[in-house]
Design a protein around this ligand. Structure first.
Ligand code: PLP
Length: 504
């Protein structure tokens, strides 16, 4: 196909994207009349034999594919965690796609490998991480993974490898028999951990004990110590703990400084990981760093800029304090890949996949176009919006806020009755326009909160509860400038989640 034509298509796609983003708030957040398999009858059942016209493809995209879209960029989208997004990271990704290099080894694309480690150092420093995680440190290093789940999978794989190596010697097992020691291994996390820890344990065939947290959502060190002692007495071998900084359920933070000493008592092979996939991005602001006090105890940490640092999916940063410990269980070196001894540790050893995108480019554009100060401003505004919203919820006595609001996650409940909260969630969701947060549009902040209050009144009336009139106080006045209202990382999902008892 003609290059000039492709340039035209490219420009049209960019125009489409910009127009979409400018008008997304006019759409319903979730598709109203969509049933599973809606798309199948709308599209041919086989790929076209001959080339089709670009205009026809775009028309189908606009009228058929778009019909089934959940609009993650909509200002009223508050389920899950928001998708990181900015033009700066998009253009970096576009460039990466256009260049189409595959940077699995230094030799396969030196710039791709080198920019990645430089970005890992830039960001580690911007987050105030200990020096031991820098690529320029003696043993530490970092790399980009596709997701937090990938990062945790790889870390657990490495922890398992190291533990089995050590136990093999302790039990005088031959290398080929060390797998027989697998049933001895026990990993730990808390009920606040993301399910990807459980998945990683499943895939790694290791036992996982999920320990209960206290009222503030963190695992007491005594609870971890006791669990590990019990297991040690049974002849089992504790080898891994995955701490959580900023849990998906309620934004809870483990206390690394309290857990660290308990873990230090364990054998050298014990691996202390920290999952900060969402909240770790806030460490770009120095005032948030007390939440990672004790970080020097951990062996590895993962943070996803695509969850809260204006970065389009995918980008998951993984740092370790000892690169060789991470990769030695995964190194394979066929001649066709390793034909050049470069003294540069190929990033292919950090991931399960061999091929790697040039992900560092989007981070490079992001950091250069916003600067650390621009990114700090973004995070601070989000936190301010969350606190403002928290205040509004607290002022209406029909609601209770259940979590300690530190980042953008607010878990609130209507009354004391789980069913009321569930009904409220359903009522809000069936509108397909989730009115939970500030938008860029004038006065919408009040409208949004009033809509929740209105629906709450309906739920209470239906339940036969005499509702108190919603507060009409000055607190509904907009404090944060409207242009900052674009995103509040409020968890609508948590409206329902707070009704789940702690011991679920
Ligand atoms: N860890 C935390 C704290 C999360 O919030 C999430 C997802 O929301 C994950 C891990 C999994 O992330 P990913 O989709 O990158 O695997």
């Amino acid at each position: 196909m003609d290059e000039e034509e492709f340039k035209r298509f490219g420009k049209q796609i960019i125009d489409y994207m910009v127009e979409y983003r400018n008008t997304v708030s006019n759409k319903k957040v979730t598709p109203p009349d969509i049933k599973p398999h809606y798309l199948r009858p709308l599209l041919p059942s086989e790929a076209p034999m001959n080339p089709e016209k670009f205009e026809d493809i775009m028309k189908d995209f606009d009228t058929k594919v778009m019909e089934g879209m959940v609009h993650w960029l909509h200002p009223h989208f508050f389920s899950y965690l928001s998708s990181g997004d900015s033009y700066s990271s998009i253009i970096g990704d576009m460039l990466s796609d256009g260049i189409a290099c595959v940077g699995f080894a230094w030799a396969s694309c030196p710039a791709c490998s080198e920019l990645e480690v430089i970005m890992m150092d830039w960001i580690a420093k911007a987050f105030g991480l200990p020096e031991k995680f820098l690529c320029t440190s003696k043993n530490g290093s970092g790399a980009l993974e596709g997701s937090a789940s990938d990062a945790i999978m790889v870390v657990l794989l490495a922890a398992r490898y190291n533990a089995l190596e050590a136990l093999k010697d302790e039990f005088h097992f031959k290398d080929e028999d060390k797998v027989k020691l697998l049933p001895k291994l026990v990993a730990y996390c808390s009920t606040e951990s993301h399910s990807c820890v459980e998945k990683a344990a499943k895939l790694n065939l290791v036992k996982l004990r999920i320990l209960p947290v206290n009222n503030e959502g963190y695992l007491e060190p005594e609870v971890l110590d006791k669990a590990m002692e019990e297991d040690e007495q049974k002849g089992l071998k504790p080898f891994f703990y995955s701490a959580i900084l900023g849990s998906t359920k309620q934004g809870a933070f483990d206390r690394l400084n309290l857990l660290g000493p308990v873990i230090r008592k364990r054998p050298d092979y014990f691996w202390f990981h920290c999952d900060a996939a969402y909240a770790g991005n806030a460490f770009i602001c120095p005032e948030m760093r007390p939440l990672m006090e004790g970080i020097e105890y951990v062996n590895s940490i993962n943070v996803n800029p695509n969850k809260w640092l204006l970065t389009v999916f995918d980008a998951s940063l993984l740092w370790v304090d000892d690169q060789m410990k991470l990769i030695k269980g995964m190194i394979v070196d066929p001649l066709y890949i390793h034909y050049l001894d470069t003294k540069f540790v190929d990033r292919r050893h950090w991931t399960i996949a061999l091929s790697r995108r040039f992900r560092a480019l989007k981070l490079w554009f992001l950091f250069r176009l916003h600067g650390i100060s621009g990114l700090q401003k973004y995070i601070r505004e989000d936190i301010e919006k969350a606190r403002h919203f928290e205040n509004l919820v607290r002022e209406d006595k029909r609601f209770q806020v259940h979590n300690i609001v530190r980042c953008g996650i607010i878990c609130f409940q209507l009354g004391n009755d789980d069913n009321l909260t569930q009904n409220l969630l359903t009522k809000l969701n069936v509108t397909h326009d989730i009115f939970l947060a500030p938008t860029t549009f004038k006065n919408k902040y009040c409208t949004v909160w009033k809509e929740i209050q209105k629906k709450a009144t309906e739920v209470l009336v239906e339940a036969g509860v005499e509702p108190e009139p919603p507060m009409q106080s000055d607190s509904l006045t907009v404090r944060v400038p409207p242009e900052h209202f674009e995103k509040l990382n409020l968890h609508l999902a948590d409206v329902a989640q707070v009704i789940i008892p702690d011991n679920h």
